[in-house]
Design a protein around this ligand. Structure first.
Ligand code: CA
Length: 151
C-alpha cells in the first residue's frame, strides 16, 4: 500500500513536470530551458530561440548561471552564447530582448576586450566567465522561456 502511494506521487510529479515544460525542455525555477544540439552564430541562435517562442538565455543571477554551467558541461559544451550584446553602443552591453543593462555580470579579467570587433557574449564553461566574441562565431546556446506553471 505504501509503495502504491509512493508510485502515485512519482507519477503525479512527473506529470507536473511535463506540463510545466514541453518535451525536450528542462525545468529550472519557473523557467524552461532548451540546450542546442549544434553550435550556431549568435544571430542564428536568436532566430531559433524566437521560433521556439523563447529567448536566447539572459542570465539573471549566479545560481542560474551555475545550473546552466552544469547542464552545459555534461553536454560537452565549452562555451554558450548568452543574450547580451554591445552592437549598438560599443562597451555598453545590454540584454538583447529588452535593451536594458544586466544587473548581474561575470566578466573575466580584461573582458570585454574586443572593442567594435567583438560584440556578442559567450559564457566559458570551464573558466565559468564571460568573454566577448565575434557574433559570427558558432557556439552552442541555450533558449529560455517561462514555465507554463510554477514547478
Ligand atoms: Ca564590443
Amino acid at each position: 500500500m505504501k509503495l502504491e502511494i509512493f508510485c502515485l506521487f512519482v507519477l503525479a510529479t512527473a506529470a507536473n513536470t511535463e506540463r510545466a515544460c514541453d518535451n525536450g525542455w528542462l525545468p529550472y525555477k519557473n523557467h524552461c530551458y532548451w540546450f542546442s544540439p549544434s553550435p550556431d552564430t549568435f544571430h542564428y541562435a536568436v532566430i531559433i530561440c524566437s521560433e521556439k517562442g523563447s529567448k536566447l538565455l539572459e542570465i539573471k543571477d549566479a545560481r542560474e548561471e551555475k545550473w546552466v554551467l552544469l547542464q552545459s558541461r555534461i553536454r560537452g559544451y565549452s562555451l554558450v552564447w548568452i543574450g547580451l550584446t554591445d552592437v549598438v553602443d560599443d562597451g555598453q552591453y545590454v540584454f538583447l530582448s529588452s535593451g536594458l543593462t544586466s544587473r548581474y555580470s561575470n566578466w573575466d579579467k580584461g573582458e570585454p576586450g574586443g572593442g567594435t570587433i567583438e560584440n556578442c557574449v559567450g559564457l566559458q564553461t570551464k573558466g565559468r566567465k564571460w568573454h566577448d566574441y565575434l557574433c559570427t562565431n558558432k557556439f552552442f546556446y541555450v533558449c529560455k522561456k517561462p514555465a507554463k506553471h510554477f514547478v
